[in-house]
Design a protein around this ligand. Structure first.
Ligand code: SF4
Length: 422
């Protein structure tokens, strides 16, 4: 039985792609192994969202190739994902130990060929290889049509394609059969999902009716497509988690225009208020960058004041990283590194204080949590999330995988809530 080792960089979409390939290899007799040295096949799934992500992946690929050569290891090394799409076979020219480069745009057809052979282009392999995964990631669409000026995704993942609703429902039913109780629907911009007349809110309502499913999550949303219909659907349907990941990127309307985000500061805050009006306890999280070309102190103050007003539960914050093949690459990169670093530190400080307040405000509250898995190295500690996106821990000696339990919050540390049974 051959062994395969996966190293996945980047977003949940990459995690889902690695999972899809793992399932295909599993159906061909491979076994997943947790360390790379004894693997017959190593798959490195790469990210291109920032330069740093590529530097890390290239260093790792080089390391694996040097070891393969030094010890004459009979290993295959495959490089997949967004950097593979962007750099192509130049990766093999730099690292002859790499055997295959498969871009993010080609991974679906590659997996279909792998399982069914070039002639057998049918649905992807049924996810029946790893029973008992309580929480599963499920891509419902691929690619993006938004062309935000700083973003490389449209050029490495292509335009938007939505997976037919019937196939998504079939896939979820198969997973429920195998023990899945929560699904996270994935897409670069899930809100623009459509299959004929079925839009994203309709899809959510259909999935909500599936027996055996306890929780539904989705990411990533785009503020321009976060409609009142979607907000009402979330508020009305109890299995849909009350968490919206709504990247803002900047609080300055001038910068949002330069980013081609398709909304301004006011419309973004109006969406936040509409979501909170419909779901007062909702968790709203976001992405934001500092140091976008031409960003002034004034623009940055706008980002700070928006964060202070929106009071996100948590946020991913980073400094602008110029990417080739993006429109922003022609705008220069004029904000000095030390200014980017200082702004990022200020924004992180602000957000961390809000996150702490929001988590601390949960102490003493009775909530319901879906428990997913045991904490590594502590079998009697179970991990789960509340109906929002807050991570929780419960000491419990029973097997509570896949169950929703009423619990009370007794402590908050950073970004984790400690619970007790009620
Ligand atoms: S919405 Fe914008 S930032 Fe997000 S993947 Fe699409 S182009 Fe990139």
């Amino acid at each position: 039985m051959p062994f395969v080792f996966f190293e996945t960089f980047g977003c949940q979409m990459n995690v889902a792609d690695s999972d899809m390939l793992a399932q295909a290899l599993f159906s061909l007799g491979y076994s997943i192994i947790e360390e790379s040295e004894h693997a017959d096949l190593i798959v490195v799934n790469t990210c291109s969202v920032r330069e740093h992500a590529e530097v890390r992946a290239l260093a790792r690929i080089h390391e694996l190739c040097v070891r393969k050569k030094k010890h004459a290891l009979a290993q295959e090394i495959w490089v997949i994902g967004c950097m593979a799409q962007r750099m192509g076979n130049s990766i093999i020219e730099k690292n002859p130990g790499v055997n295959q480069v498969i871009g993010a745009k080609d991974i679906v057809s590659f997996v279909q060929d792998l399982v069914h052979g070039p002639q057998g282009k049918t649905a992807l392999p049924a996810p029946d290889v790893k029973p008992g995964r309580i929480s599963a990631l499920l891509p419902i669409m691929r690619g993006c049509n938004n062309f935000c000026s700083y973003c490389i995704v449209p050029s490495v993942r292509g335009g938007e394609t939505s997976i037919p609703c019937s196939r998504i429902v079939e896939d979820i039913l198969r997973r429920i059969d195998k023990g899945t109780r929560e699904v996270t629907l994935l897409g670069q911009n899930v809100n623009s999902y459509h299959d004929g007349d079925t839009d994203f809110s309709d899809l959510l309502a259909k999935i909500h009716e599936l027996p055996g499913l306890l929780r539904i999550r989705f990411t990533t949303s785009h503020p321009r497509d976060c409609t009142d219909k979607l907000i009402q659907t979330m508020a009305r349907l109890p299995k849909i988690c009350k968490h919206v990941h709504l990247p803002v990127q900047s609080g300055s309307t001038r910068i949002l225009e330069a980013m081609n985000r398709g909304y301004n500061r006011e419309t973004y805050l109006q969406r936040v208020n509409a979501i909170r009006h419909a779901m007062p306890d909702v968790d709203i999280t976001t992405d934001a960058m500092v140091g976008f070309p031409t960003e002034t102190d004034r623009d940055f103050q706008d980002t700070l004041s928006l964060f202070a007003q929106a009071r996100f539960t948590t946020a991913f914050m980073f400094a602008y990283s110029q990417r080739e093949q993006t429109r922003a690459a022609d705008m220069g990169d004029d904000v000095p590194v030390e200014v980017k670093k200082a702004r990022l530190a200020t924004l992180i400080d602000l957000q961390m204080s809000v996150t702490k307040e929001r988590y601390a405000a949960m102490i003493g509250r009775n909530i319901e949590v879906l428990f997913v898995e045991q904490k590594r190295g502590s079998e009697a500690t179970w991990m789960g999330q509340d109906i929002g996106c807050k991570r929780t821990l419960l000491a419990c000696n029973e097997n509570i995988a896949g169950t929703i339990l009423p619990v009370r919050v007794i402590r908050s540390s950073g970004m984790t809530l400690t619970l007790e049974r009620t």
